[in-house]
Design a protein around this ligand. Structure first.
Ligand code: HEC
Length: 110
């Protein structure tokens, strides 16, 4: 009986780890994605690259700020990849990388 119990705990733990690994993005990996695919426009400080803001005539929102953090994940994903307003579609970001970068953006929350 005891053996079954520990087997159950083992399976449950493995299942839990898998769910967490697949469901949520990885913020550390997301940082790499950000640096590669987002930073040139959104800046290293997440507040936006002033030169890009000027040339596109947009105002970037601070990604760590309340307004962006209040958005739902789905909304953030849409805005992250564009196209929206003046933002052209961001290419070369896979769905998994998008999850990672969203986790990273969440990790910026003040
Ligand atoms: C080519 C420049 C560019 C790249 C690359 C880029 N963005 Fe954006 N992003 C913009 C612009 C411009 C806006 C503002 C759109 C508007 O107001 O019309 C914006 C808006 C956003 C917003 C909504 C908040 C705001 O400031 O309006 C989020 C969130 C966002 N981007 C996340 C990301 C993420 C995450 C990545 C990387 C996967 C990324 N962006 C890559 C240009 C870019």
């Amino acid at each position: 009986m005891i053996r079954y119990k520990s087997l159950f705990v083992l399976i449950a733990t493995a299942f839990l780890c898998m769910t967490v690994a697949f469901a949520a993005g990885d913020a550390a990996k997301g940082k790499d994605v950000y640096q590669k695919s987002c930073q040139k426009c959104h800046g290293a400080d997440h507040k936006g690259n002033p030169a890009i803001a000027k040339s596109l005539k947009v105002e970037f929102k601070d990604l760590a700020g309340k307004e962006v953090q209040a958005m739902k994940d789905e909304e953030l994903k849409k805005l992250s990849l564009g196209p929206t307003g003046k933002k052209k579609p961001v290419k070369g970001v896979t769905p998994a990388q998008l999850d990672d970068v969203i986790s990273y953006v969440r990790s910026l929350k003040k």
